[in-house]
Write a protein that binds this ligand. Structure first.
Ligand code: FES
Length: 232
């Protein structure tokens, strides 16, 4: 390269580097700072606008879902009313809705028992469980509190509080027996034997326009307390 060409190249490099080094006037600096901040703010607003619906769509509707009342047939309710010393199996259709799927319907069942006295039932249950929750005749759920004994009936979940199997009523020994690990419960659902950490779980019952309805609640298994997991 000729000396003249080398000189020209060096001059050009000096010019470029001095353009980068030169911060410009105070007005130019403040304009650049303003533009940079404005870009950040606009980008943030756009990002937030996109993020809110995306995050919202990822939260399952079930997390805020309330329970659904399922009607019993008149025949089942009649059976329950005439029951005396053994539980009545009450079947119903459980409708549930997952946020990403259409409404699902599945068959479920609970056990209904007739009690002579709500006070006596609660006293027995308190003695059997010894848990503070049974000092109160109600349990919490999505709509507030429900009566454990309602219209002189108690509805018991069909799910074993140990690990979720289905105890069945055995008339020969007058008790519920769980086929999985041998937990046993008396007619009132009190825990008698086996690894279950608590008695069978009561569920809400109500009467609407002459029709009895129950609400399905799934409680956490393996712990002494009743912690609601879901209503489906
Ligand atoms: S699931 Fe019922 S005893 Fe284990």
């Amino acid at each position: 390269m000729s000396k003249h060409a080398e000189g020209a190249t060096e001059g050009a490099q000096r010019k470029i580097s001095s353009a980068y080094d030169d911060p410009g006037t105070a007005e130019e600096i403040s304009r650049r700072t303003f533009m940079a901040n404005a870009t950040l703010v606009i980008g943030g607003v756009i990002g937030l606008g996109l993020a809110i619906p995306i995050v919202g769509s990822l939260i399952p509707a079930g997390s805020t879902a309330k329970g659904r009342w399922a009607p019993l047939t008149q025949g089942e309710f009649n059976d329950l009313q005439t029951a005396t010393a053994k539980p009545v199996k009450l079947e119903f259709t459980l409708k549930s809705k997952d946020s990403y799927l259409p409404e699902q319907a599945s068959g479920e069942y609970v056990w209904g028992i007739k009690v002579k006295s709500a006070d006596a039932f609660m006293k027995d249950r308190l003695t059997a469980e010894g848990t503070p929750e049974f000092t109160k005749p109600t349990l919490p759920y999505a709509d507030g509190e429900y009566d454990i004994v309602n219209m002189n009936f108690v509805i018991l979940s069909s799910i074993c509080p140990h690990l979720g199997c289905r105890p069945q009523w055995n008339t020969d020994v007058n008790r519920f027996q769980c086929p999985c690990h041998g937990s046993q419960f008396d007619l009132d659902g009190n825990h008698l034997a086996g690894p279950a950490p608590r008695g069978m779980d009561p569920l809400p019952l109500r009467e609407q326009s002459g029709v009895a309805e129950v609400m399905w609640i799934r409680y956490q298994t393996s712990i002494p307390d009743r912690v609601i997991v879901s209503y489906s």
